[in-house]
Design a protein around this ligand. Sequence first.
Ligand SMILES: NC(=O)c1ccc[n+]([C@@H]2O[C@H](COP(=O)([O-])OP(=O)(O)OC[C@H]3O[C@@H](n4cnc5c(N)ncnc54)[C@H](OP(=O)(O)O)[C@@H]3O)[C@@H](O)[C@H]2O)c1
Length: 329
Amino acid sequence: MEHVRIAGIETEATRVGLGTWAIGGWMWGSTEASDAEKTIRSAIDRGVTLIDTAPIYGQGRSEEIVGKAVTDSGRRDDLVLATKVGLDWSDGIRRDSSPSRIRKEIDDSLRRLQTDVIDLYQVHWPDASVPFERTAEELEKLRAEGKIRAIGVSNYDPEQMDAFRDGAALSTLQPPYNLFERGMEQRHLPYCKENGISILSYGALCRGLLSGKMTSETTFPKGDLRRNDPKFREQRFEQYLNAVQRIDALARKRYNVSVLEFAVRWILDQGVEIALWGARRPDQLDPLGNIWGWNIDADTMSDVDRILAESIEEPVGPEFMAPPENEPS
Ligand SMILES: NC(=O)c1ccc[n+]([C@@H]2O[C@H](COP(=O)([O-])OP(=O)(O)OC[C@H]3O[C@@H](n4cnc5c(N)ncnc54)[C@H](OP(=O)(O)O)[C@@H]3O)[C@@H](O)[C@H]2O)c1
């Protein structure tokens, strides 16, 4: 497995991190707690060292499950625990990156995660009602107090990161990124490279679409966010599935790997430091061993771009997931 260092964190992170949104159940149908814990244990046993969670995933549930699984594993010190801050769910879902919200959330997250220090603490969504540098300054205080080791942001654009960096050193950005959602390539990726910010991107499998296991007959249970995802609707779904099939054929022919393995390697070969792969059953991590020891060549990269352009008439991004924006302060 390949590893990277995130500024401020001693423990090396694996270039694939486990995403635990579905593990909290919320917005992914339900997930059995025992499966969820086994999945985390399985990731740790396979050598994954970065686990990403958030208070909003299951309203605390995902953090609790991660905390228990990590404690039971006895491997806390070998792991990079990443969680988030800045979403209030007491009355609908609201962005809130105010200092008082951060103060409330940090102690809840430490307790749920059963740890004294969070390795990577990320602002979940930009909140324009609080100056970005003010949010950063509060996080910097938490770092000085020893409650967190490094600071990250998620879903921020370069201008927002610029303002944020007036208040604290920024170690990471967590944007959406996968073969079908490439909005961050033009500006975010170069900005992060120029400023020494590591990227851990989310949605590596485009919410399962790039697993290669879906067909036009696939349906989702009540409460599963993919019911509202425009990619999973009628003609567009067919077009995305067609692209998946064609990339699968290419990946098998050139590298003897499946589309899922290719999709994760593709992210890493674009220069992204860490790809977050969401899983909720241990067997979903079986392909992990096939991501390493090879790279995608330039011709294949071009062939993939051609397949995408030919297959998908009206691409859509992951914007449907964004919580409502706040008015600027
Ligand atoms: N910062 C943010 O705003 C934000 C937003 C989204 C996600 N994230 C983070 O990024 C992580 C990863 O993204 P994601 O979970 O949204 O999506 P993802 O990695 O694109 O897809 C995860 C889903 O793909 C399916 N899957 C995984 N492995 C599979 C396999 N081997 N075969 C078939 N299906 C498989 C599973 O769904 P089924 O079990 O239903 O098949 C799984 O829940 C999240 O868990 C979270 O930590 C952050």
